[in-house]
Design a protein around this ligand. Structure first.
Ligand SMILES: *Cc1c(COP(=O)(O)O)cnc(C)c1O
Length: 407
């Protein structure tokens, strides 16, 4: 080993535990700002359900729901019973809706943890009713939300058969129809007139059902983030907000000014080496240096988020400057060229997503560099598995950028 290089890596000895080598920062003050901006945009629909599936899109659901509850949320949505159970302790008095169909085998857990299942088959509704009758004579009815499907190609009851379906469900006396909803995929792009017409026909069916059956406390909901952006005045009782809460892009031509992402991903340079020209590197030696370069190893790899395996033409920020990805991403590391940042050392911070100095790397840029549509920057949910999370609350009355750390 060259003496120079040994000196370069000396700092590694005094480094923090492994968990501090690569981490995620989540800005809870920005979450509050996003919530207020969405609320102001939705002047006519006071209720928001926070969609916190996939560990709150990778932001850490337990901390996120506590903050969201402080912000006034009383409705939360998850994908599975397991996710609902995980959040129940943090959300003692709140509604937790399971968005998809629930396996019948999980009915006991649904009841035990007071989760609100989605009903989209008669069989499930009947099983739920029977179980409840058997176990819970003196218990209040189980709240359920009925899911309708306008596309006729997705989860839910087709509109044409909704009336018949509901007539059957109505006979199950232990079920309380607390909501009727739909999810409208066309809102995510394509023809907006189609989306608008779909929202309208869902609404008219839902209203009719509500009226016919006298469901006074039944919440009608349809919009997710794109519907919130495009049709804020829709006469629904509630919206289901996911991507927008997290400040990620939703649509190419519509956004809400001021909405900003919460998540930053950072790591400390783990190793630095100066490599002579014409040296082979990478698995299978598929690369060769074409000049003398100074290379930094960043301790993040496709183990942290599988899509990084496909990362190309990427960069990170070090000392406020862009350092380009060098070669391929490994399981636990990737390399960047820091030849032009001679002052950087082992232990210095590299920003993979987020801001450093004047520059900024957005999640959607990284997504695009990994071959993922920029409008699927919600793939950030995959960052959750190994990075430690640090939650940040900006201190009020301080200069912008002044932050206090709380874990
Ligand atoms: C994920 C999901 C949402 C949230 O969608 P966003 O686009 O993230 O706002 C809303 N409703 C259903 C049924 C979902 O599955």
């Amino acid at each position: 080993m060259e003496p120079v290089m040994e000196r370069e890596n000396d700092r590694q000895q005094q480094l923090l535990p492994h968990s501090h080598q690569a981490w995620m920062e989540v800005n809870l003050t920005q979450l509050e700002r996003n919530v207020s901006l969405i609320q102001a945009h939705l002047a006519h629909q006071p209720l928001q359900m926070a969609v916190v599936k996939a560990d709150a899109y990778g932001h850490g659901a337990v901390v996120m729901v506590r903050k969201l509850a402080q912000c006034g949320f009383t409705y939360f949505a998850v994908a599975t019973v397991e996710e609902g159970i995980q959040l129940r302790a943090a959300l003692s008095n709140h509604t937790i809706l399971i968005l998809g169909p629930t396996p019948e085998a999980q009915i006991p857990e649904v009841i035990e943890h007071d989760l609100t299942p989605t009903v989209c088959t008669y069989r499930f509704a009947k099983e739920l009713h029977d179980y409840h009758l058997e176990k819970g004579e003196d218990k209040p009815p189980v709240s359920v939300h009925i899911r309708l499907d306008i596309s006729e190609s997705s989860i839910g009851i087709n509109l044409q058969t909704a009336a018949d379906f509901v007539a059957e469900i109505q006979s199950l006396s232990t079920l309380d129809i607390a909501g009727v909803y739909t999810h409208i995929p066309s809102a995510y792009g394509g023809d907006l007139e189609v989306a608008e017409a779909e929202f309208a026909s869902f609404l008219s069916t839902a209203r009719q059902l509500k009226q016919v059956y006298g469901w006074t406390n039944c919440l009608v909901h349809a919009q997710s983030s794109p519907g919130i952006l495009l049709f804020p005045d829709l006469a629904c009782d509630m919206v289901r907000t996911g991507i927008l809460l997290y400040g990620l892009p939703v649509l190419e031509h519509a956004s809400l000014p001021g909405i900003a992402p919460l998540m930053e991903v950072k790591a400390r340079i783990a190793y630095i080496k100066t490599v002579e020209s014409d040296k082979q590197f990478g698995y299978g030696y598929q690369y060769r240096t074409d000049q003398k370069v100074r290379i930094a190893s960043i301790p993040i790899g496709y183990n942290d988020a599988m899509f990084l395996y496909y990362w190309q033409q990427g960069q990170v920020l070090i000392h406020g400057q862009y350092a380009p990805l060098y070669g391929q991403v490994y399981m636990d590391y990737f390399l960047v060229d820091v030849t032009h940042i001679p002052s950087c050392q082992v232990g210095d911070e590299a920003v993979v997503i987020g801001r450093q100095g004047e520059n900024r790397i957005m999640a959607e840029q990284l997504a695009a560099q990994c071959g993922i549509d920029a409008l699927h920057a919600d793939c950030v949910h995959l960052w959750g598995s190994r990075l430690t999370r640090t939650y940040i609350e900006e201190e009020t009355g301080e200069e912008e950028g002044d932050t206090a750390h709380a874990t």
